[in-house]
Design a protein around this ligand. Structure first.
Ligand code: ATP
Length: 320
């Protein structure tokens, strides 16, 4: 294993650059050549590849986004597209590939390995934290901190005007950001796709809060659970409260990665190179109970990532 490729794929996540930096520097430290692939699998198909140097990853550990750029590729979903990607990899002498991305990127890497035998190692990176088998994905901690910061700011104006705010956060199919940021931000209610909710109950909680002297209320809703506009309209209709909405949107993807994400990315990136140079064929890196661990890629697809219902119930109790 002399020449190792690295790419970022799917949605960008803060900390991807720290992971790329770790792959490059650890690889060079071990005497390997590292090839950076631009625009994920789309760039692999096109052969958009450049040799990385120690200096090419200078000054990136603190930056959001991805210096390698990212993309979603329909072509790579077909066997023909993957054959083309493999041909490009062969042309530049790539004998292994580190894929940094979400669940879809993992599936793409697995298909590529199955059809061509190219060794792959996947690193979980998505703000949604919805990848099974790992407690944390790169970017999640940063996104949660961004939401908590926004909730803190909204809280100040909510209190001053004695308003109710509904804050919509990312999470089409998963409520990890909403639940963690809602608990950390002291939200009165948290609405997530995994746990059924009743807006009647949400309103009851709001009225109870007001009766005991609360000056404001914040409801955090994951986009996949309901829209902030619909929740606010319902609350207004049922309680008559002045209810505003904030949709945080793409700011949740941006910003400097937290120290947690930088360390996670550094450790995972370096280990990915160690695994490949040690003969890994088709692995996924994860962190479980504070321990770095690996799975055979298909194992990840058989697992389910469950929301922590205990945390959800705790948030309800503490917001009373
Ligand atoms: P995020 O969680 O941020 O959306 P992701 O990695 O899940 O990230 P996707 O768009 O689902 O993002 O996947 C990235 C790319 O991986 C796709 O554009 C496609 O090229 C490839 N891919 C996804 N699923 C498959 C699959 N089942 N088979 C082959 N390739 C796939």
């Amino acid at each position: 294993m002399h020449r190792i490729g690295v790419l970022t794929s799917g949605g960008d996540a803060p900390g991807m650059n720290a992971a790329v930096r770790a792959v490059v520097r650890k690889g060079i430290f071990l005497g390997r050549e590292i090839l950076g692939v631009r625009r994920g699998f789309a760039g692999l198909i096109e052969g958009d590849v450049e040799a990385m140097s120690l200096g090419s990853v200078a000054d990136v550990i603190q930056t959001g986004g991805t210096i390698l750029l990212t993309a979603r590729s329909q072509e790579f979903r077909t066997p023909e597209g993957r054959a083309q990607a493999f041909a490009s990899a062969r042309r530049v002498g790539m004998d292994g590939l580190v894929v940094i991305g979400g669940d879809g990127s993992f599936r793409g890497a697995f298909a590529l390995h199955q059809e061509t035998g190219l060794p792959v190692v996947c690193i979980p990176a998505t703000i949604d934290n919805d990848i099974p088998g790992t407690d944390y994905s790169i970017g999640f901690d940063t996104a949660v901190n961004t939401v908590v910061d926004a909730v803190n700011k909204i809280r100040a104006t909510a209190t001053s005007h004695e308003r109710t705010f509904v804050v919509e956060v990312m999470g089409r199919d998963s409520g990890f950001i909403a639940l963690t940021a809602g608990l950390a931000g002291g939200a009165e209610s948290i609405l997530i796709p995994e746990i059924p909710f009743d807006l009647e109950d949400v309103c009851r909680r709001l009225l109870r809060g007001v009766r005991r002297g609360k000056h404001h209320s914040i409801i955090v809703v994951a986009e996949g659970a309901a829209s902030a506009a619909a929740v606010a309209a319902e609350i207004k209709a049922r309680t008559g409260f002045d209810t505003k909405i904030t949709i945080l949107g793409h700011i949740q993807r941006g910003g400097a990665p937290t120290a947690f994400d930088r360390v996670l990315a550094s450790v995972m990136g370096a280990w990915a190179v160690e695994l490949l140079t040690g003969g890994e064929r088709c692995g996924a890196i994860a962190v479980k109970g504070g321990q770095l661990t690996r799975y055979d890629l298909p194992e990840v697809f058989e697992m389910k990532k469950e929301i922590d219902e205990g945390l959800y119930r705790l948030a309800e109790v503490l917001a009373i």
